[in-house]
Write a protein that binds this ligand. Sequence first.
Ligand code: NAD
Length: 289
Amino acid sequence: MKIAVIGLGNMGAPMAANLAAAGHEVTGYDPVARPSGLTLAASAAEAVAGAEVVLTMLPDGAVLRAVAAEIRPAMAQGAVHLDCSTVDVESARAVAAAAGAAGLRAVDAPVSGGIGGATAGTLTFMAGGPEDAFAAVQPLFEIMGQKAVHCGGAGNGQAAKICNNMILGATMAVTCEAFNLADRLGLDRQAMFDVVSTSSGYSWTMNAYCPAPGVGPESPADNGYAPGFAAELMLKDLRLSQQAAEAADAETPMGAAATDLYATFVDEEDGKGRDFSALLPRFEGRGRR
Ligand code: NAD
């Protein structure tokens, strides 16, 4: 397949490399030049000419809208715009509608699995868009990932991603505060893990990504809280969840509390550049307010 990849950052570059390694004809474009081993174009419009699939992996909805407007006139009729960035639901739906009006097809397919998953080709994709477009890019999901779930129409991939990550952020926050409470009650962390991980409080954050160093399976806590999944990326996704909740008139008190907590941690404290599980040492250093 002839594929263009636009946005060759931490995620886009290894995803493009995996597509090229699988034998696809990949042309990349990014305004910031870095060695990638890929065939590069001089502009996004040049990269997409003749491509059957255009994959974008961009920072946010505003950049996605701008890039989509630039590439639409240059894309071949019927080609699929596969956006794997994490963006707001509204931007995903607007980009899909404009693509449809221009005779193109669009799939929003944000990922989970991070840079490690992008490099290893083990990402999970949550996709929104028409069935035929999903089917057309399914072979690419199989190269870049291990699982792709078709969640419905345009924007539903983004909807699934932010709902998942709102659960993740709120759950990590309460897992960290529970460890800190346990410390102060004189409860050993290993005992706490042994009970909770096999009781009704269990969760992915406790069982698979335990925020306490030396407890549970290896996690960023065992590596000085180097990310992993950086607190500022969690904050981005939590803010998108609140933007969507506002637009949909959905009450999300726990999501809102997690958003406020991560905003304080990242914007006012030392959270930036640390794993999102570093809320635990944050709580350790503070009393009740
Ligand atoms: P990144 O900042 O490393 O890469 C984004 C790239 O987009 C950069 O190389 C930038 O130069 C390029 N770009 C900016 N403006 C552009 C334009 N107008 N045209 C073309 N390229 C442009 O970010 P990343 O970590 O690769 O993340 C990309 C997306 O994936 C984000 O939406 C992020 O939320 C999401 N995501 C990231 C992770 C992660 O662990 N890094 C995990 C899941 C999802």
